[in-house]
Design a protein around this ligand. Structure first.
Ligand SMILES: [Zn+2]
Length: 193
């Protein structure tokens, strides 16, 4: 596709005729006229942030990749730091992958020859199963004066207790970041001790 910028896109002003009817003194246009946006036809635009011309990835791209990345990292570094003894699953926003621990992250980055400076590591939380309650199993099935037996309520409590012991193994990223440098520091401190 040819490079189209606001400077070389050929734009001619024209008029078209559309069919309309008049109802009660008001004109109603019958032909659907698409709302035009010149921006949709441009392949290259100037970045709203740095002003440099860039190739649009999406029709509505407004800022260049470099500025978008910088923005993402600024947002990432603005997040609070997690405790250095965090041991849970790690989510990396840069690769969009989950890792068991920091060694896993380092290994992955080494294999793919990505600099660890790119990593955007976040803590995660594991989801848990929803508890059941009497409403869920009985609301549509019983008459209005019905009361659950003590045995049924006890069994539901027991089942909910059981659910607490079961793991979903499904993790969601949290808004606290992990700092690789502080991790490696605390590990070498442990070795020195
Ligand atoms: Zn830019």
């Amino acid at each position: 596709m040819d490079k189209l910028t606001i400077k070389n896109l050929e734009i001619k002003k024209k008029f078209i005729e559309v069919e309309c009817i008049e109802v009660d003194g008001k004109e109603i246009i019958l032909t659907r006229v698409l709302h035009g946006d010149i921006n949709n036809y441009l392949t290259h635009v100037d970045c709203k942030t740095c002003g440099m011309e860039f190739k649009k990835q999406f029709t509505h791209s407004k800022i260049c990749n470099a500025c978008w990345n910088k923005d993402e990292y600024d947002k990432f570094y603005a997040k609070p730091l997690a405790r250095t003894d965090y041991k849970g699953m790690i989510y990396d926003q840069h690769t969009d992958k989950y890792f068991q621990d920091l060694d896993d992250v380092i290994e992955y980055y080494e294999e793919d020859e990505i600099s660890l400076d790119n990593a955007m590591l976040l803590t995660t939380v594991e989801s848990s199963f929803n508890h059941i309650d009497i409403e869920q199993i009985a609301s549509e099935e019983v008459h209005e004066d019905w009361d659950p037996s003590d045995e049924l309520l006890t069994k539901i409590d027991e089942f909910n207790e059981f659910l607490n012991t079961q793991r979903t193994r499904t993790f969601f990223p949290c808004d606290t970041r992990l700092d690789i440098s502080s991790f490696s520091k605390s590990e070498s401190e442990v070795q020195d001790a």
